[in-house]
Design a protein around this ligand. Sequence first.
Ligand SMILES: [Zn+2]
Length: 111
Amino acid sequence: MFSENKISEWKNALEKEKVRLEKEIENLEKRADFGSDVDGFDEESDEAEELINEKGAAFTLQGGLKAVSRALEKMETNSYGICERCGNAIEERVLDAAPESTLCAPCKKEG
Ligand SMILES: [Zn+2]
């Protein structure tokens, strides 16, 4: 299994990431609110496009936040670092690169 040091390292990384994602989502939501107050026909199409991009970004951020929250929950229940597909321990290098990973390297490869 993993060392305490590694676990707390990943936990720190996850908690930082969680705060970062929450802030980014909040910023996006604020900007979306501003967007609806602006009137100006010239800018309308640009703005619509931007809004779509921002919605896409928010979707990605929310997906990331979900993964991070889930990883933190797993730490609470001592099931962190276990591959959801095959049940083996996820490689340390995988978790170092992305602490929210839920699949081991071979399973990730299989898609
Ligand atoms: Zn696996």
